[in-house]
Design a protein around this ligand. Structure first.
Ligand SMILES: [Zn+2]
Length: 488
C-alpha cells in the first residue's frame, strides 16, 4: 500500500486517499479516464525475485503518460498500487496548479486593462473553479451553477477565497441533530460557507501585535473588523432563487397586478415542490403525512447578509459584520434584471430599518454588476446535480458533497462530515474561544453560542420585524422546526 492510504482529516482537510474512500483505486482511475475522455492502460506485468517470493510490477498509463510502477506479491496488488500511485501524481499536480490559480489569473488581467470589474471577477472565478474541479478524483462534474466570494486587496489584486457549486437541498430523512450535515446546498450558500471556513483559518492565525492582511481591531467595538482597503465581492452564475428569479416575465393586465403584489415576498423552497413559495402560504403535508422541509431562498439569505453581514452569529463574537461591496450576476433571463436589486437589498431600504439597526450593523447596498454580454454564462443549465464541489483558499483540493445527504462523498465512515458543516465550524469556533480567551463560551452548545451573540441576535430580530412590518412575511427558520442546532 502506498503512503497515500493513511486516512486523516487534519487542518489541511481530507487526505488524498480519503477523497475516494473505500473505492478500489483501479475503478476510480478508470472513471477518471472515462469522465475526462482520456485513455487509461496498464503496462504488462513483469516479475522479479525468486519463485517463492516473486514480485509483480506494472504501471498505469494515463493519457499516454506512464506513471511510477506499482509493485506487489500478486498481479492484482501490483495493479491496485499502480492505480493509486497514478492518482496521487495526478492529484498532486492539480493541487500545485490550484495553489497558483489565483496568482495566474491576476497575471492574465495585467495585459487586459480594459476588462470591467464584473468581467474580471467572473473570469477569475471560472479560472479558479476549473482548476479546483480538476483535483476532483470521484464523481467528476463541471458545474455551470457556481458562486464565489472574492476578496479585492488594496493593491488591486483579486483572490477567490470561497467557491461553491450545486443546486440541491438535503432530503428530510438525512437531517441529523449533530450538526454534521449540510442542509442548503445552493452554490451561493456553499461559497459563503467556504468563505466562513476561510475566516476561521485567518482568525486562527491572527496576532494582535502583528499586522494582518485582512483584519484590524476596531477600537469602538473592541472586535476585529475587515480592513478598509479590502473589499468583498460575491459572484453568482445566475440570479439567486426566490424573489430575484420568481418573476421571469411579467405580462400585462391582471397577471401583472398579481405578480406585483407578491414582489418582495420572503420565500422558501420546498422538498418535493416546484418553485419558491411565500413563507406565509399554507403547505400541505408530504406523502407520509410529515411536514415537508422548507428552506429560505438564496434571494432572502443574500438580503439578510446585507443587514447582518456574512460572518453569522458565531463569528460575531469576535468580529464586526462583514458586508459585500458588489454582487456580480453571471447571467440572467427575461425580466430578471429588474427584480435583482429589490431582492438583494431593495427590501431593506423601505421602512425604517436604516434607523432601527444599531451600528456596526447597517443596511448595505452593494453595487450589482453583470459581465459583458459575450461572457454571459450559459443560462440553460437547470439540470440538477446530486454532487457538487467546494473549495476554500489554502485547501489542498476540493471536497465533493452529495447534496441530497448533505455529507461528503468518499471518505472513511468517521470522516463523512463536510468541513463546511455546523459541526466543523463549531470545532473551529471553540478553538478560537481558547485563543481569544473566552473560556465562558466553551461550556455552551452550538445553539447557546449563537444566542449569546447578543448584538447579532438583536439585529436579526429587528430585521425580521422589518420584513413583517413591510408585508414581506415571516422568516422561516429550519432551526426552529428541526433539532439541528442543539448539539455541543
Ligand atoms: Zn438558491
Amino acid at each position: 500500500m502506498g503512503e497515500g492510504t493513511t486516512v486523516m482529516a487534519g487542518a489541511q482537510g481530507p487526505s488524498f486517499a480519503s477523497l475516494y474512500g473505500d473505492r478500489d483505486p483501479v475503478s476510480v482511475l478508470m472513471e477518471y479516464g472515462q469522465t475526462r475522455e482520456v485513455t487509461v492502460e496498464f503496462t504488462e506485468f513483469s516479475r522479479s525475485g525468486p519463485d517463492h517470493a516473486s514480485c509483480f510490477h506494472t504501471a498505469a498509463i494515463v493519457d499516454g503518460v506512464q506513471h511510477v510502477d506499482g509493485v506487489g506479491s500478486s498481479k492484482k496488488v501490483a495493479k491496485k498500487e499502480a492505480a493509486e500511485k497514478a492518482l496521487k501524481t495526478i492529484y498532486d499536480k492539480g493541487r500545485k496548479r490550484l495553489k497558483e490559480a489565483n496568482f495566474e489569473m491576476n497575471n492574465t488581467f495585467e495585459d487586459q486593462t480594459d476588462l470591467s470589474h464584473a468581467h474580471k471577477i467572473k473570469l477569475l472565478t471560472r479560472g479558479v473553479l476549473e482548476l479546483a474541479e480538476e483535483t476532483q478524483l470521484v464523481y467528476y462534474t463541471k458545474d455551470k451553477i457556481a458562486a464565489a466570494i472574492v476578496l479585492e486587496m488594496h493593491h488591486g489584486r483579486f483572490v477567490a477565497v470561497g467557491l461553491g457549486t450545486g443546486n440541491r437541498c438535503i432530503l428530510h430523512q438525512h437531517m441529523r441533530d449533530d450538526g454534521g450535515r449540510i442542509i442548503h446546498s445552493h452554490a451561493e450558500i456553499i461559497a459563503k460557507r467556504a468563505f466562513i471556513r476561510y475566516l476561521y483559518k485567518q482568525l486562527e492565525r491572527y496576532e494582535d501585535r502583528r499586522g494582518h492582511h485582512l483584519f484590524e481591531r476596531n477600537p469602538v467595538t473592541g472586535k476585529l473588523k475587515i480592513r478598509d482597503d479590502v473589499k468583498l465581492h460575491l459572484y453568482i452564475s445566475r440570479p439567486p432563487c426566490g424573489d430575484a428569479s420568481a418573476f421571469p416575465t411579467i405580462g400585462n393586465g391582471p397577471t401583472r397586478m398579481k405578480a406585483i403584489r407578491k414582489q418582495g415576498q420572503l420565500r422558501t423552497i420546498i422538498e418535493d415542490g416546484e418553485g419558491a413559495i411565500p413563507t406565509d402560504s399554507y403547505i400541505p403535508a408530504g406523502e407520509s403525512g410529515s411536514e415537508r422541509l422548507r428552506i429560505m431562498t438564496c434571494s432572502d439569505k443574500i438580503c439578510r447578509w446585507n443587514a447582518l453581514g456574512l460572518q453569522g452569529a458565531l463569528l460575531s463574537h469576535f468580529m464586526d459584520p462583514l458586508y459585500l461591496s458588489s454582487v456580480i450576476i453571471g447571467s440572467y433571463s427575461g425580466d430578471q434584471r429588474e427584480h435583482i436589486p429589490r431582492a438583494i437589498f431593495g427590501r431593506l431600504t423601505t421602512g425604517d430599518l436604516r434607523q432601527d439597526l444599531q451600528p456596526p450593523y447597517r443596511v448595505n447596498t452593494p453595487e450589482i454588476s453583470y459581465p459583458d454580454a459575450d461572457l454571459h454564462d450559459n443560462y440553460n443549465i437547470n439540470k440538477s446535480r446530486q454532487y457538487y464541489v467546494t473549495w476554500t483558499f489554502g485547501d489542498a483540493g476540493v471536497e465533493v458533497i452529495d447534496g441530497m445527504t448533505g455529507a461528503m462523498v468518499g471518505g472513511s465512515i468517521s470522516a463523512k462530515e463536510s468541513r463546511l458543516s455546523k459541526q466543523a465550524f463549531f470545532a473551529s469556533f471553540r478553538s478560537l474561544c481558547r485563543k481569544f480567551n473566552r473560556p465562558d463560551m466553551l461550556k455552551t452548545s452550538y445553539k447557546e453560542a449563537k444566542l449569546l451573540s447578543e448584538d447579532y441576535q438583536a439585529s436579526k430580530t429587528t430585521l425580521y420585524q422589518h420584513f413583517q412590518t413591510c408585508g414581506y412575511g415571516p422568516w422561516y427558520s429550519v432551526e426552529n422546526n428541526y433539532s439541528v442546532d442543539s448539539f455541543s
